[in-house]
Design a protein around this ligand. Structure first.
Ligand code: GLN
Length: 513
């Protein structure tokens, strides 16, 4: 592999900078792809990928090089991601490429089609390097529920990278891909982005088609981008967004437009553009019991930065915040128990070895018992229980009412007092591997700031905003009004370009090559 100065300097390697080099023919798509495939192999111990697809990736990269050689810069008009190596969470279907949801039950599942978001990335010229590790069926906050292996945090390998899209976060943070897709049902893009020091965006519910995303809790799931900076996330979002005839919950809303993307990374003059912006700070979040004091301090410093840039802080109240976690842990398992009923050893997935004496029921029970891990079984039991007659009204209906109240809190806040909401992404920075595995409630509490956003269907982004005394990254969460991704990303970008947080490299990354 020819070494170029750009590939030697990891701190400037991202989607936008790579696209520029590809356009100027200073680097080739195959060269870039090989670079990431090599890194992914060498840093295999981080556990980022479940499956790599070198053959297909190299084939696509060679095609991209051919297109660039024949059409020059024009090739990028039709294919704005031409030659860009990306990673896809193993929850999202990829044609002819194993998609496991990190579950034994789908260990050998090869989808016959691409998820819409993946199809769009491919059509835009993106190169799919492989499928990333995750918590089984996206249930978890640490990536430790993967049926195959855990992933570890590139900033400190004794710690979790967050979850459930942990592998995607590691792949991006450790520079094993230029960008990635994750899915977010209760925080699974934003929390691992925060723990791993990258940018992660959950779009407004309906912004991105869920077709081909393995269903966990269909009324909450969204696919979204994970990237090294806000520009890259914006570009990926603009490509994967849009109405899709295969997903009736995808909305007929035009993909967001990001003017700043065309600026060839010129520093904009940001302070003027957030002058007067009203940033809501939820009092229930900042004074919450479980918030780590260091995290609170870092977030308060980030808020001060916004003031310096011309924004105004407004204290807001989201009074039903305390209902959100309980409502989520009824609604999500209820939907999961129904969605996961399809894995029965007949229609999909693994079938247990049975004896001729076994009944059909025993075949189902054995297949599901062997195929699903502990956390998934726990959720199926909870979900089946809250939907059963006699308990439906007491739990499921109550949870739906609580969800409505959480939603209305946000509506009121945006109507009355603020343009955007700022808060922590997670109450702590990355915790130790095994620290919470025996205490599911402690694990669930990690989602306290991310879950309300899914219940309300809103867009939210996590961006790096500092480091704690252990040198672990901390994430700032910005929450936007429904369909207001343009403003959300603009504000995030302004913060980003006035701070240097995104430019630090995790220690594991610099080791190689
Ligand atoms: N950690 C949450 C859960 O376990 C959220 C998961 C997600 O967003 N997929 O359900």
């Amino acid at each position: 592999m020819k070494s170029t100065s750009m590939l030697d300097d990891l701190s400037i390697l991202n989607i936008q900078s790579s696209l520029r080099k590809l356009k100027e023919k200073k680097i080739g798509a195959l060269e870039l792809t090989d670079f990431f495939l090599n890194r992914a192999k060498k840093l295999e111990a981080l556990g980022a990928y479940i499956t790599l697809d070198p053959e297909q990736a190299r084939k696509e990269a060679a095609l991209a090089d051919h297109l660039i050689a024949t059409e020059g810069k024009d090739a990028f008009i039709k294919k704005p991601l031409l030659g860009v190596p990306l990673a896809i969470k193993d929850m999202i279907c990829t044609k002819d490429l194993k998609t496991t949801a990190a579950s034994l039950i789908l260990e050998n599942f090869i989808p016959p089609y691409d998820a819409t978001a993946v199809a769009k990335l491919k059509a835009a010229g993106g190169i799919i390097l492989g499928k990333t590790n995750m918590d089984e069926f996206a249930m978890g906050s640490s990536n430790e529920n993967s049926a195959f292996f855990a992933a570890c945090n590139p900033w400190d390998t004794s710690r979790v990278p967050g979850g459930s899209s942990g592998g995607s976060a590691v792949a991006v943070a450790a520079r094993l891909a230029l960008g990635a897709l994750g899915t977010d049902t209760g925080g699974s893009i934003r929390q691992p982005a925060a723990f791993s020091g990258i940018v992660g965006l959950k779009p407004t519910y309906g912004r991105v088609s869920r077709y081909g995303a393995i269903a966990f809790a269909s009324s909450l799931d969204q696919i979204g981008p994970m990237a090294l900076n806000v520009d890259d996330a914006s570009l990926l979002l603009s490509i994967i967004s849009g109405e899709d005839q295969h997903d009736s919950t995808s909305a007929a809303v035009a993909p967001p437009k990001f003017n700043f993307l065309n600026s060839e990374n010129k520093e904009q003059s940001p302070s003027s553009s957030i002058k007067g912006l009203r940033i809501g700070v939820p009092k229930e979040y900042m004074s919450a019991a479980g918030i780590n004091p260091e995290v609170e301090k870092i977030i308060r410093a980030a808020l001060e930065k916004f003031v310096e840039l011309g924004a105004r802080l407004v204290e807001i109240s989201l009074p039903n915040t305390n209902l959100a976690l309980a409502a989520y842990y009824i609604i999500a398992p209820a939907e999961a128990s129904s969605n996961l009923a399809r894995y029965d050893g007949v229609r999909y997935g693994r079938r247990a070895k049975i004896s001729p004496k076994d009944s059909l029921f025993e075949m189902y029970a054995k297949s599901r018992g062997e195929g699903f891990g502990r956390e998934v079984r726990r959720r199926i039991v909870i979900g089946t229980y809250v939907l059963s007659s006699g308990y439906y009204d007491a739990y499921y209906l109550q949870a739906l009412k609580a969800r409505r109240l959480v939603f209305e809190d946000f509506v009121k806040a945006f109507q009355d007092c603020c343009d955007i909401i700022a808060c922590p992404t997670s109450p702590t920075t990355a915790f130790k591997l095994n620290e919470k595995t025996s205490d599911p409630v402690a694990m669930y509490l990690n989602d306290i700031y991310t879950i309300p956003v899914n219940l309300a269907g809103l867009p939210a982004i996590s961006i790096p905003c500092g480091f704690d005394s252990q040198k672990l990254p901390c994430g700032l969460q910005l929450i936007g009004n429904a369909w207001d991704e343009e403003r959300l990303l603009k504000v995030a970008k302004i913060y980003e370009s006035n701070t240097g947080w995104k430019d630090r490299l995790p220690p594991t990354v610099e080791v190689l090559p």
